[in-house]
Write a protein that binds this ligand. Structure first.
Ligand code: NAD
Length: 286
């Protein structure tokens, strides 16, 4: 057995499936790509940032060296329907899409409260976080039907902030993620008899660039958030990716229309434990 066969086992939970991941160049999208490849899927990584995509692809080759599936990248700005349509259609050569992970999202630093959120930031946030998910869902459905697929899984990244309130406002972001939950629920019911499942992923605040760049080394800002975690720590992207893997696979065949919360218990907590934080798993791409 080659060294990597024990280190990077292939279990085949997604064997034969073709997946598209938006926002695949970093964070949750990159960790998910690596897991999907290790589980036998073929993955088209898409992102608006081509430079980051190239680096991310190299990382996937390094960390899933024995993967049997195809791996490719494509530029895709999810706010442009033509971009989404092009990348979804490009999978026709592979046999059509089976799994669509609409994961790209932004949390803009100028997003604020009802008074101070600039209209252009509101519009941009809805364009990426809501319209992008609509376009991704729409073209996934068209492709699933065209290829006469008997099942499909669409996972849309929402957020815990769509479920609980916070006094640190980011009104456009919160509203956009609430829209993802509602839209995904409706899609799930409309397409249930085609066996096309739609679930929302609701991550808690994570240790990824999206949030951590904004928090920087401001200890007070960090503490204000960490105190609400029963574990005392932010989530890791790999912990979200493991949930996405389950939702993408046929193991979750009866899981549909859920707000799939992966938050270390945060949304169920009132008074959290004192003491040192619980250990976190290591991400694959560090
Ligand atoms: N990080 C958190 O704390 C957190 C918490 C809850 C939900 N989320 C959600 O998880 C998803 C992934 O976030 P992440 O934490 O991995 O962040 P990330 O910033 O590491 O990844 C987001 C990716 O989306 C890409 N992107 C941005 N605009 C795009 C566009 N118009 N078209 C295509 N790609 C675009 C970025 O280039 C980036 O690679 C987002 O939807 C985010 O809102 C994150």
């Amino acid at each position: 057995m080659a060294d990597w066969e024990g280190k990077y086992p292939i279990n085949g939970r997604l064997a034969g499936k073709n997946a598209i991941i938006t926002g695949a160049a970093g964070g949750i999208g990159l960790e998910t790509t690596i897991l999907f490849m290790r589980e036998g899927a073929s993955v088209l990584m898409t992102d608006v940032s081509e430079a980051s995509l190239a680096k991310a692809k190299a990382k996937v080759h390094e960390l899933a060296p024995n993967a049997k599936g195809k791996l490719d990248t494509a530029h895709c700005d999810v706010t442009k329907e033509a971009d989404i349509e092009r990348v979804v259609n490009s999978l026709d050569d592979w046999g059509g899409v089976d799994v669509m992970f609409n994961n790209a999202g932004i949390m803009h630093p100028a997003d604020a409260d009802a008074i101070d959120t600039p209209e252009k930031i509101w519009d941009l946030t809805q364009a990426v976080n809501v319209k992008g998910v609509w376009y991704g869902s729409k073209h996934a459905i068209i492709s699933l039907r065209r290829h006469k697929k008997s099942r499909g899984s669409i996972i849309n990244t929402a957020s815990m902030v769509a479920l609980v309130g916070a006094s640190t406002p980011q009104l456009a972001y919160t509203a956009s993620k609430g829209a993802v939950l509602a839209m995904t629920r409706e899609l799930a019911i409309v397409h249930a008899k085609e066996s096309y499942r739609f679930n929302s992923l609701c991550p808690a605040p994570l240790n990824t660039a999206l949030l951590q760049d904004w928090l920087g080394d401001d200890a007070a800002k960090r503490h204000r958030r960490e105190i609400h975690f029963p574990t005392g720590r932010f989530g890791e992207a790999i912990e979200q990716a493991q949930a996405v893997l389950f939702l993408a696979s046929d193991e979750s065949s009866f899981v549909n229309g859920t707000d799939f919360v992966v938050d270390g218990g945060l949304t169920k907590a009132y008074v959290t434990p004192q003491g040192p934080r619980a250990p976190a798993p290591a991400n694959l791409a560090r």
